[in-house]
Design a protein around this ligand. Sequence first.
Ligand code: ADP
Ligand code: MG
Length: 227
Amino acid sequence: MMDYAVLLEGVTRRFASGDSQVTALSKVSLQVRHGERLALVGPSGSGKTTLLNLVGALDRPDEGAVHCLKRTITTLSEKAAAEFRRRHVGLVFQDDALMPELTVHENAELPLALLRTPKAARRRAAADILKDLGLSDKKTCFPAQLSGGEKQRVAVARAVVHRPDLLLADEPTANLDADSAERVLNAIESLASEKGLTVLLATHDPRVYERFHRVVRLEDGRLVDEG
Ligand code: ADP
Ligand code: MG
């Protein structure tokens, strides 16, 4: 296995759909270098979310192998997969649910609490990342007091506070106006380049084309590389 951050080899994933089957991904092979920022585009239903779930060890393929950060995801136990996610992966989704009863700062700290990071270190790490994302003055706010774009930036903060190696973002700007989307993408981009993060981001947003190292397109579960 080469030293790629992410390597998919002939990955097929099928889902039962009533009496028939949907092939969500069909023989997908993909290599992502360490520190690469890759945008995954394609119409709704083309397999973007399925691919991200496989890379994040949230799901298993029916055929093929998924390697991620020197691990063969496809052979990890459930427990090892969960541990892998907690330590090495950051996830951001389309409508990212923050905990409504926790402040911005407490939301951002959550992944570190799961890793049993001591409180002082947790505070510091969350404060740093919120500062990077221009959210310092929102620290004590609750999610209900934030705009959609601010909430998504908190979700990004939470996804990277434990310094993962890999950030998986599933249409993180889908429900945002143009300005907020721009700020979220800027935030992801600058964090990624500063911290050497590898990023896989699924999107419909053509603005990512300029910012990402590579854009690959999925169509009907097949990869059409745009180079
Ligand atoms: P995208 O994220 O590009 O919109 P998805 O990966 O969500 O596409 O879905 C790809 C295909 O797989 C779609 O046809 C979808 O309906 C199907 N699919 C995805 N997840 C499931 C599931 N858990 N059960 C059944 N079908 C699914
Ligand atoms: Mg999707």
